[in-house]
Design a protein around this ligand. Structure first.
Ligand SMILES: Cc1cc2nc3c(=O)[nH]c(=O)nc-3n(C[C@H](O)[C@H](O)[C@H](O)COP(=O)(O)O)c2cc1C
Length: 158
């Protein structure tokens, strides 16, 4: 992995976005981070903004952070190098362990958000929550994050 990335538009490299499980990073008011595996995600338009819609179950620690923590999240599509993190992020709760440390993930400070992105991702998106509501599934909630900036690894843009 080259480790370098460039800014892209929200709808570029959608094939990678669609086919891979994402890692969503959220943060509490004190700056504590959490990462969760996220399959249910779309990119769409809301009130003229490109947003990521993340579907998160009420039982997740991530739900707690998205509703009570900072009003932001990042979505990261892992490369093979960090794909092992999906199992950890999707099997344990951040209530009990520090999954970022456990998965040996490195973070990159956000340019437009307090929440960082994850190093060695194919795609990363810094998002500000602009809307949230009950999802069609009663156990889940939709969070709509306006995409403030998006990046693609040089490994997929070259
Ligand atoms: C491949 C995979 C995809 C997942 N996708 C979602 C999802 O889209 N939404 C969701 O609420 N949970 C999803 N989960 C479950 C959460 O990632 C899992 O319950 C996690 O442990 C919750 O972590 P948290 O309590 O730290 O938020 C997924 C799990 C896996 C393994």
């Amino acid at each position: 992995m080259s480790g370098t990335r460039q800014e892209i538009g929200p709808y570029e490299y959608m094939d990678h976005f669609k086919k891979n499980t994402a890692l969503i990073v959220s943060m509490d008011k004190e700056g504590k981070l959490n990462v969760m595996a996220l399959d249910w995600k779309t990119i769409e338009e809301l009130d003229g903004n490109s947003v990521i819609r993340a579907q998160v179950a009420y039982t997740r620690y991530t739900y707690e952070l998205l509703t009570e923590g900072v009003n932001e999240f990042t979505v990261n599509i892992p490369s093979n190098e960090i794909n092992h993190a999906v199992d950890i992020a999707g099997s344990y709760s951040g209530r009990n362990i520090d999954k970022i440390k456990e998965a040996r993930l490195e973070t990159i400070p956000g340019k437009r958000t307090k929440v960082p992105t994850i190093k060695n991702s194919l795609l990363s998106y810094e998002c500000q929550i602009v809307h949230s509501c009950k999802s069609d599934m009663s156990s889940h909630h939709y969070f709509y994050g306006k995409i403030l900036i998006a990046y693609a690894s040089d490994d997929i843009t070259k």
